[in-house]
Every structure is written in structure tokens, then in C-alpha cells.
Design a protein around this ligand. Sequence first.
Ligand code: NAP
Length: 432
Amino acid sequence: MRHIAVIGSGPAGYYTAEGCLRQFGDGVRVDILDRLPVPYGLIRTGVAPDHQSIKGVSRRYEATALSDNIRFVGNVTVGRDVTIAELTDLYDAVVLATGAPSDRTLDIPGDDLPGVIGSAAFVGWYNGHPDFAGLAPPLHGPGAVVVGAGNVALDVARILAKTGDEFAGSDIVAHALGQLGEHEIETVTILARRGPHQIAMTPKELGELGGLSRAVPVVDPADLPPEHLDAALDPGVRKSVAHLRAFADRGDDKPITVAFDFYAMPIRIEGGAHVERVIVERTRIEPDGRTVGTGETYAIPAAMVVACIGYRTPPIEGVPYDTKLGRFANVEGRIAPGLYAVGWARRGPTGTIGTNRPDGFLTAEHIAADTVADSDKAGRAGLDMLLADRGVDIVTFRDWQAIERAEIANARAGAPREKFVAVKAMLAARDR
Ligand code: NAP
């Protein structure tokens, strides 16, 4: 028998558990700890609510969770309820699958003004993450600025652009649906500090922006490189650039404009009590690939700025941390004997959900190579004693299933669920 603790119940955590089942079969007990009473991490609170087919991957994690050898231990905060040192004493391997839930900051003057929001907070708000349910983003327009040219920027722009009807079938939480349906934003400007050829938005997601009912994507043809240069691009980027070229050809008029502003770097945010405008500097790309400011500046009026420029993994006391990269210091997932990192906590915030599968499986291989069966570790019995002593109210997978049933029962017509957005409400929804 091997005793393994995985911290974090998102994709990386569940793929690690699945990898351990493949690796050790019945000879393993995996406890998946999460600070929330609900599992699945970014699948629940990161993936856009109107991307239900992507969220469907949680059914695969559920199959893993229902194995007798895997246990969900929710509502347990590592660092507060139990320490990493205690966990490494109790388990043969401890795997940090804590993701990268903290926003990277813009680090420009004015980035602390009310109305400047990180994407983790904004996405968490419309997805019902308990930490951000009370965010109240300033949606009073007429302008909003989204910084970054990745898929998160695209999610944020699309969510701001959609009508209430376009959220049919989604699990966007009621507080966000109400506020988004009523906002007065007329222009959502996407600031990309490099050009169309450097776009990090993927084609399927970018294409969606072209089919919205009240919003039109706009690209300045002058920003597009000569078309023959597209041939040298990676096929995915080439397809994204084809969408941008199509957007540049559109002349339709709709109430909301999603304006792509390429070669545009925010250098300052100005306002009194809250954001009023973003000062942007034009950029150019040097022959060596560096992006530099040209000195030409202009202002974009905005009541809200959402920075979608990447994430960091919060450090945990006593765990080696790479401050520059914003993740745990590790070599191929190994941090220290018996301690591992997986997913975004290992490699930073890149890749799709599926990228975490080989990552989780590799972690299980490392554990197999580094540990022996039948050590004297106490495993889950030891954890249960310790948490009971401390009065920690743990949430089991069965409890989560009761919470999920209540969320499904509360859903508005056509929606898959209405999420509880407060930990208290989640705990109260258990069958107890
Ligand atoms: P990302 O793809 O790394 O994009 C970050 C963007 O922020 C880049 O355009 C980057 O520009 C820009 N940026 C970084 N620092 C900046 C600064 N100081 N000022 C201005 N711009 C700055 O990250 P992401 O959008 O957060 O996505 C994270 C991962 O999740 C990605 O792998 C993404 O594909 C994935 N994801 C996928 C989906 C989906 O498939 N539907 C949805 C959401 C997220 P440079 O390129 O110039 O550095």
C-alpha cells in the first residue's frame, strides 16, 4: 500500500489520482484535499460558463473520484488546518496540485485604482467562486479595457459582450447574469502588446467572437501583417490570424464593439476615486523579437480594466518557491523527497486542460520510482485523527454529490445548475 495526498481537486489533481490508480491499482489510497467544499478547481470556477462541453470533463474526474481507493476531503485548508510537514509525515507522497489562482499584476502606475481587476477575480466572479462572489465589477461603461491577447482575455471580452439570452444553457451564476444583462458598456478594447502574428488566442475560441448577437469584433486592417507572411505561422496561429483578417473586413454595426488594439501597451491608469482612462503606448517589434515602446501615447476611456496577463501559484510556507516564475521550484515535478508539484503549480499557467493528463501520469510514475510500498506512514487514518482533533468539518465526495443535486435542483430553466457562491451555503446543502 502507498498513501498519497494530493492538494487541489482540479484537473491536475484528478489526473494525478487517475495516474496513481493506473500505476498502483488496489495498492494505493489517494486523498484529494481542497480548501473549498466542492471539487474540480478551474473546471468549476475557471472554464467559461458558456463552454459547457469543456466542463463535461468533470465526468471523467467523477469516475476517478468514485473509486474505493480515492477520497475527496473538501473544506480543508493546507497551511491552516494541516501543514505540509504534517502531511509529508502522514503520506508517502504529497502532491501540490494547487494551480495558479493569484493574478499577475500590471505593475504600472494606477493599477491599484478601484475598477482595475485581475482576471482570476473577474472570472471567479462570473463563475461563482466564493472568494470573488462579492466583487461588484464596475460595469457602467461606456468603455472597458481587457489587457492581454490570450484565451482568458477572449473569455472576458466575450462574457462582457453577450446578451442574457446568449447565456442560455450556461451555468453563469445569477448575480453575474443580472449585472451583465444590464450593463452599459459600448466598447470592450482588447489591448495586445504585440501583433496579430503573436496572438495567444486559439482559433475555435476566437471564431466564437464573430457570431455574437449584439457585439462585433473590430480589427484595424493597418495592424495586419502582409498576408503572404501568414504561411510561415504555426497552423493554429494561422487560423487565428485568418479570423482576425475576417474581423477586419466586417463593416456591421452592433451596440457593442470588441476592438482589438494591437501593438498597444498600457503604461498608466488614471482616475480620481476610480478608473477613468488607460494611457497606452504604441509598440513595435524589433528584428530581434523584443517589443519596445515607440513613445506615441493615447488614452482610452474606461471605467473597468481587467488584466488577463497570467497567474501565479501562491507560495506555501516551507515549500521551495521560484519567485521569478511564480510557481514551486521543482525538477520535472519533484520538489523534495516525498513532495511533488503538478499542473500549473509545477509548470506555470500554460496549456489546455488535457495538458495536465500526461503531467499527472508522470507524477504517478515519479512516485512509483521514488517510494516503496508498505512504509509505516499512517495515511488517511492519521489525517482523520488530526483533523477530528482540530474540529475540521470535512466534506466527502458523497457530501459534494448532495451539494451538486441541490445546485441542479436550483437551476433556472435550461441551465445545468445554479452554483452556491458561499461556502456556508455549500455546507448547508449537504444531506445531514
Ligand atoms: P496567456 O495565453 O499566456 O496570455 C497572456 C497574455 O497576456 C499574452 O497575450 C501576453 O502577451 C499578455 N501579457 C502578459 N504580461 C503582460 C503585460 N505586463 N502587459 C500587457 N500584456 C501582457 O494566458 P491566459 O490567457 O491567462 O491563459 C492561460 C492558459 O489557459 C493558456 O494556456 C490558455 O490557452 C488557457 N486557456 C484556455 C481556454 C480555452 O481553451 N478555451 C480558456 C482560457 C484559458 P505576450 O504574448 O506579449 O507575453
